[in-house]
Each structure stands twice: as C-alpha cells, then as structure tokens.
Design a protein around this ligand. Structure first.
Ligand SMILES: NC(=O)c1ccc[n+]([C@@H]2O[C@H](COP(=O)([O-])OP(=O)(O)OC[C@H]3O[C@@H](n4cnc5c(N)ncnc54)[C@H](OP(=O)(O)O)[C@@H]3O)[C@@H](O)[C@H]2O)c1
Length: 324
C-alpha cells in the first residue's frame, strides 16, 4: 500500500483528497496535517466522512510517507517544505501555484513536472515531484492544446470562464458570503488572472507561436464546476477541428469531445473534462467543462499519483456525476 500524507487537511482540496484516497485500493492515508485542527477528528471538518474515517488531524508529519499532497495556498507550500523535510523517496504533489511556471519548477533538490496528463504523461510517470495545474488553467488548456499543437492558435484568443464558489477555498470572504454570491454573477481579475502564465507556457511548449490570450474569469452562484469558452479565428471546417481534437485526445482517459453542446452537470463530481466545438463564420468556439475540485485539483492529483506509481490511471477515480 502507498502511504499518503495530506497537508492543509481541513481545506476544500484537502477534503476532496481524503474522500478520494479513502476509496483508493492501493493507498492508505497515513496522516492529515492541519495547522488549525490538530487532535480533532477529520470528520469534524468534513462532516460527510462521519463513520468513514477514524483518523484525527495531526500536528506532526511522518517524513517517510511514500507521497505527500500539499493542499496549501500560494506561497505556503514553499514555506512548508522549507520547514519540513521529507525522505528522498517521498513523492511530492503540490496543488498550489508555487512550482507551476518553468522559472519556479526547480526548487532545492526537487524538479517539479507540470502535472497535466494530457500534455506530459511520460514526464509525470518519471517524476518525483508534481506541480498540479490550476483549475481554470486545466479547463482552458484542455480546450486549446490541440489547436496549439497544430499551429492553429496564432490569432487573438478570447476566453470566458465561470467557476463555482469552492474555487476560492474554504475561507469566508465578501464574495463567497451566501448573501453576496447567491443569485449573483460577477467578473474579477479581467485579463490578468494568475493562471495565464501556466496556460501560456503549455500552449507555447509546441513551439508554434500563440496569439494573445484575453481571459475574463467569472464567479458563478453555484458551488462547484468550471465552464470555459474560448474562441479564435479558424480557417478549416468544423469536421476538421473535431477530428483534430479527437485525435489529440484519442488516448486520454478523462478528456472527451462531445458532438452535442455540453453543460456543467455532466462533469461535476467526476474527474472528466468534456469539450464541445462550434463553428460560426470564420470563428471556432471551444467549450470545456470540468469539476474544479476534481479534474481541476484533487482528482487530477490522484491521477498524477497513479501515473507516478505505475498504477492504472483511473484507480480510485471511478466517480459518478450528479446529473440531476
Ligand atoms: N479550490 C479549488 O477549486 C482549487 C483548484 C485547483 C487548485 N487549488 C489550489 O489548491 C490550494 C488549496 O486550495 P483550497 O481551495 O483547498 O484552499 P482552502 O480551502 O483555503 O484550504 C487551504 C488550507 O491550507 C491550510 N493552511 C495552512 N497554512 C495556512 C495559512 N497560512 N493560511 C491559510 N490556510 C493555511 C488550512 O488548513 P489547515 O487549517 O487544516 O492547516 C486551509 O484550510 C491553493 O493553492 C489553491 O489555489 C484550488
């Protein structure tokens, strides 16, 4: 069994990881570290786990676990690793921004591989440390990678995406307060969202040039999921675009191209990314949908762990969409 440690256990992505790993046949949760809840039952923070887990949150780590998941906010992963050493054999999967960009990917003795299996599967399989992609970044890249690889992403790209409130983490803020968020929609960080860096680096990795990315993120009044749309000039037919995407994702276990328009409920509570293409005049519209906490975070982290340990990629990720 793989012994796993989770850091940041009382947060949203930490909670999702606990839920996934409890149902993973090859993994055993060794400890769940919490700065705020050490000594309290894990189910005191994640009440749905009452009766499913007897573990208490820990104020200490076991430095020789096989894998550690860092579920901390930006900057806190680096700080945590500076203060807490792990054994050489311990694989690290970081869910924060800290190591995603090429310029941040080498830290001390660690080289972090960008953990998007649809882009980097063989590097992930050989990695000792993973920088798990951002949630918006996952949805948007999966919608654009086939075009970038084919050299068809050289013109301006306009992106609009809406996320559920869990994307902002468990802490209460003015824009996650029920009274503000319910029956409400708003944009934030127009054209400057922090995920643009990692999106740009992945798209540029094919060496074909990439047009300017105009990204408008929106806050939706639902709890989980991301629906992203991107459009850009495209010379070929819809059929050509569909074939390009289907070929690119032929071996992907969680990214699928739908001939029908897509909606959030078909992916929420799953590790799937669904993509739909639409052509209008000379413009191609790409829609992609994911669950921000699963394919956008903890599900993708488990997918990466499976690849790193040579396990079946889907292990522990056979999930069921809510649908209704
Ligand atoms: N939410 C998403 O949809 C999503 C998607 C992709 C990536 N991410 C990234 O994943 C990371 C975790 O996200 P999250 O949504 O799980 O965040 P969260 O709900 O805010 O949880 C983060 C946890 O970090 C712990 N923590 C330790 N030191 C802290 C400090 N100095 N200040 C605040 N919290 C501290 C806290 O848990 P303890 O009190 O138990 O220590 C806190 O609950 C972030 O970097 C985020 O950007 C999130």
């Amino acid at each position: 069994m793989i012994k796993a440690g989770i850091i940041g256990g009382s947060g949203y992505t930490g909670g999702e990881l606990i839920r996934l790993l409890l149902n993973h046949h090859q993994t055993e949760i060794d400890f769940v570290f919490s700065t705020t809840r050490a000594g309290k039952p894990v189910s005191s923070a994640h009440q749905d786990l009452l009766g499913q887990i007897n573990l208490l949150f820990s104020g200490e780590i076991n430095p020789s676990v096989d894998v550690v998941f860092l579920c901390l906010g930006h900057g806190n992963s680096t700080k945590f690793l500076e203060e807490n050493g792990f054994a050489d054999h311990t694989k690290i999967i970081d869910l924060s921004n800290d190591f995603r960009l090429n310029s941040d990917s080498v830290w001390n003795s660690h080289t972090f591989v960008y953990g998007l299996p649809e882009l980097n599967k063989s590097d992930i399989q050989n990695a000792q440390a993973i920088a798990n992609p951002g949630c918006f970044a996952t949805a948007i890249q999966l919608g654009l990678l086939p075009l970038a690889k084919a050299g068809l992403l050289n013109k301006d790209i306009h992106i609009n995406a809406v996320t559920g409130s869990t994307g902002a983490g468990v802490g209460l803020s003015a824009t996650s307060h029920f009274s503000w968020r319910n029956n409400n929609v708003s944009w934030y960080k127009p054209f400057t969202h922090q995920h643009l860096g990692e999106i740009g680096e992945s798209l540029e990795s094919f060496g074909n040039g990439v047009g300017k990315l105009y990204f408008l993120p929106n806050r939706g009044n639902f709890t989980r999921g991301i629906l992203a749309t991107a459009y850009t000039p495209f010379d070929g037919s819809l059929e050509k675009a569909q074939q390009l995407f289907k070929d690119f994702y032929a071996d992907a276990v969680y990214t699928h191209v739908s001939d029908d328009p897509i909606h959030l409920k078909q992916v929420v509570n799953t590790n799937q990314c669904h993509i739909h293409l639409h052509k209008h005049e000379d413009v191609l519209l790409v829609t992609s949908a994911i669950d921000n906490l699963l394919k956008g975070a903890s599900g993708q982290a488990v997918q990466n762990m499976n690849l790193m340990f040579g396990l079946e990629e889907q292990m522990g990720l056979q999930l069921k969409a809510g649908v209704f």
